[in-house]
Design a protein around this ligand. Structure first.
Ligand code: CU
Length: 85
């Protein structure tokens, strides 16, 4: 059981993308966290693809979404996030 998202460990949510905006997300410890972050970011206008890597703690977003909107979505899901690269 994950204390961050309170869901059982599950499968990961896709592979990291090399395009778009890259972020470092803190606090993701299981597949449930990845799903939670992915779902939150996919709800941001302009986002076409989301890739989360739990092991690396990274988030890659493809599309024309605003960086601030993505950050707000991740923080809204309960995780700290900073722009990477
Ligand atoms: Cu979790």
């Amino acid at each position: 059981m994950c204390t961050s998202c309170e869901t059982p460990a599950a499968t990961t949510a896709g592979e990291a993308s090399t395009d778009g905006l890259d972020f470092v997300v803190q606090g993701m410890t299981c597949g449930g966290c990845a799903t939670k972050v992915t779902n939150a970011v996919q709800g941001v206008a302009g986002v076409t693809d989301v890739a989360v890597d739990i092991t690396a703690g990274t988030l890659s977003v493809t599309g024309s979404a605003d960086e601030a909107a993505i950050t707000a979505a991740v923080e809204g899901a309960g995780y700290a996030v900073v722009r990477a690269g």
